[in-house]
Design a protein around this ligand. Structure first.
Ligand SMILES: Nc1nc2c([nH]c(=O)n2[C@H]2C[C@H](O)[C@@H](COP(=O)(O)OP(=O)(O)OP(=O)(O)O)O2)c(=O)[nH]1
Length: 223
């Protein structure tokens, strides 16, 4: 009897569907990006492991909201396989012609790559509130003019889809400088011109930007 792995959400109390097969399977990983229809094969090479089995999604392993346990296949035969959707928010903070990026230390998604500040949407929170909260928590910065840019959907596996909402924002006071409030998660924050992006860039972001996605206002020449 094969051993399957499942994740239990401690925070909201629902059980996530099982992966069909975790034994080396990475699943179909693609990113759809509206409106530019960017496609990507991110997360393929994740080094994340659950019960020593490689998987493509890390959040279950390291987040305090989840624990992982092991069940026998016979317990699971009748369980639904409908995917769970997580919602993340990423924020392009625009300052002159630059955007704020930080190199992630996290052992979860996108370890060691550069990404914009962001995090998971909390219950009852608007995208704007989430953007302001995550930016404050991670960088100490206060932002305004927070606007929706686009969304992406990362299909991590049959069981998990990650919807990411990308927002843009300005500094409330341009004299602010970013602080590394969560040094366990990030090496530090730096302003970068989009013509000269730091590497390695978080894959979905690299794909978007390479395909011409521009977080600056249309009337702006800041690129
Ligand atoms: N921060 C950030 N997350 C991104 C970006 N692109 C992208 O797909 N994501 C995804 C990865 C995560 O699954 C999700 C949330 O990001 P995160 O991993 O930084 O979350 P976090 O631990 O800081 O926040 P939280 O769970 O404490 O709320 O959004 C991005 O550019 N920046």
């Amino acid at each position: 009897m094969s051993t399957l792995t499942r994740a239990m959400s401690l925070q909201v109390g629902y059980r996530l569907p099982l992966w069909k097969n975790l034994n080396g399977t990475t699943g179909v990983n693609k990113l759809t990006h509206s409106p530019q229809n960017v496609r990507s094969s991110l997360f393929k090479n994740s080094s994340v492991r659950i019960n020593n089995v490689p998987v493509v999604q890390a959040r279950f392993v390291s987040s305090s909201e989840f624990k992982v346990d092991t069940v026998e296949a016979s317990d699971t035969e009748n369980e639904a396989m409908s995917p769970v959707q997580e919602i993340g928010v990423g924020v392009f903070i625009l300052n002159d012609n630059k955007v704020l990026f930080g190199r992630r230390r996290s052992l979860t998604i996108a370890a060691n790559s550069y990404a914009v500040p962001g995090g998971h949407l909390e219950c009852g929170e608007s995208f704007e509130e989430c953007a302001a909260r995550e930016v404050k928590e991670e960088t100490g910065l206060d932002i305004n003019n927070i606007e929706l840019l686009t969304t992406t959907e990362n299909v991590i596996s049959d069981a998990l889809h990650l919807r990411v909402i990308y927002m843009s924002a300005n500094l409330s006071d341009p004299r602010q400088t970013p602080q590394n409030i969560e040094p366990d998660k990030c090496e530090g924050w730096e302003w970068h011109n989009l013509k000269n992006l730091p590497e390695p860039m978080f894959g979905p972001l690299r794909e978007m930007l390479r395909d011409g996605f521009n977080p600056f206002p249309v009337h702006s020449l800041c690129m």
